[in-house]
Ligand binder design. Structure first.
Ligand SMILES: [Zn+2]
Ligand SMILES: [Zn+2]
Length: 116
């Protein structure tokens, strides 16, 4: 991750050429100071931690904000419920019409559950 063309030096070591910029404070850091975090590279452990806190807060804000998120989750759950219901009905109907021995315990329990 070398900076091309930009001759910057490390924020901690003024005599060492920087290899990248901190994702949190955007200060240049050298290879010795470089700290890799799950979200990018940082000039210090402090910056890495700050950025992780920031990312976590942003994520939790997204969750709180999300009418869309909840709506999406709900519609997904509805989709699953409908799919399960359709499978149950198909099982019951198939089990009733063809009288499949393997299916009959399942058919009975599904019938009991949905009261069919
Ligand atoms: Zn930093
Ligand atoms: Zn350094």
């Amino acid at each position: 991750m070398a900076l091309s063309g930009v001759a910057s030096v490390c924020v901690n070591h003024p005599s060492v050429e920087a290899v990248g910029r901190c994702k949190q404070c955007s200060k240049p850091f050298c290879a010795a100071c470089k700290i890799q975090g799950p979200t990018g590279f940082f000039c210090s452990a402090d910056c890495k931690q700050k950025h992780e806190v920031f990312v976590k807060r942003a994520q939790s804000l997204d969750v709180k904000k999300g009418g869309l998120g909840i709506g999406y989750a709900l519609s997904k759950m509805m989709g699953w419920a409908i799919a399960v219901l359709i499978i149950a009905v198909v099982l019951v109907v198939a089990g009733t019409i063809f009288n499949i021995p393997v299916l009959s315990p399942i058919v009975h329990s599904v019938r009991g559950t949905i009261g069919f």
